[in-house]
Design a protein around this ligand. Structure first.
Ligand SMILES: *[C@@H]1O[C@H](CO)[C@@H](O)[C@H](O)[C@H]1NC(C)=O
Ligand SMILES: *[C@@H]1O[C@H](CO)[C@@H](O)[C@H](O)[C@H]1NC(C)=O
Length: 220
């Protein structure tokens, strides 16, 4: 091959790979009908290894039927229906959660590194929003029967601004979207993030960092 031809071939290969990466931007595609997660397996793979035998119980979950208890500090509870609860979801690239909100409850700013989220309001009214990487807040108040979308990886929140409870069903294009709560990640990590890192990042003094750390325990 001429040098020119080789460069063209390389460029085409690089572009094809980029297109391939674009296609698998959510969970990877399945290669068989089912791969029911063997949650007890010691084998480490991307996802879970498949169980040899399975039945209908591996595809069933009734844990979202009733409201979760929201009598905690923030006044919200996320109940996940992901591969850890429904082994049959392994390799299928979807999952749900139910989120319940006490009056004025908050599901605090957090991200899902592996999934876009779409919420459907069961009842109540919520102020919801996400923040783009350009630091633009995209927010709206939504009520029963309405939907809002939180793009993958972006920081987002939901706040009940009514004196009555609220609930949503949330769908994800991942069997295990992962959740990183911003305040918890920064102020309740173990081992702890050094005070001087947080003091400089937030432009506050170390005493205030300590105060926040004392308050932001992992969500109870
Ligand atoms: C399904 O399989 C599980 C073990 O994985 C077993 O405990 C359960 O009894 C089975 N259920 C039915 C309805 O066969
Ligand atoms: C929340 O309410 C439940 C049931 O009423 C109770 O068992 C639990 O201790 C309460 N939790 C907190 C943190 O108050």
């Amino acid at each position: 091959m001429e040098i020119g031809q080789r460069m063209v071939a390389t460029a085409v290969a690089v572009m094809s790979f980029a297109v391939f990466l674009g296609v698998v931007s959510a969970d990877p595609d399945m290669l068989q009908d089912v791969c029911v997660a063997d949650l007890a397996s010691k084998v480490k793979v991307n996802g879970f290894p498949c169980k040899a035998a399975f039945n209908e119980t591996d595809f069933f979950f009734d844990g979202l039927a009733k409201p979760g208890l929201t009598n905690n500090t923030l006044g919200s509870l996320v109940t996940a229906a992901n591969v850890e609860k429904i082994p049959g979801l392994n390799t299928l690239g979807v999952s749900l959660s139910r989120i319940d909100y006490a009056p004025y409850g908050l599901n605090p700013p957090h991200t899902h590194p592996r999934a876009t989220e779409i919420v459907f309001v069961l009842y109540g009214e919520l102020h919801v929003g996400f923040i783009t990487t350009g630091n633009v807040l995209v927010a709206k108040t939504i009520k029963a029967g309405e939907i809002f979308v939180f793009p993958r990886g972006l920081v987002h929140f939901q706040k009940n601004e009514q004196h009555t409870p609220a609930a949503v069903v949330a769908a994800f294009n991942s069997q295990l979207p992962g959740t990183q709560a911003i305040a918890t990640a920064l102020f309740a990590a173990k081992p702890t993030v050094p005070d001087d890192v947080l003091a400089k990042a937030f432009q506050i003094d170390a005493q205030l960092v300590e105060m926040i750390k004392a308050k932001v325990a992992p969500k109870s």
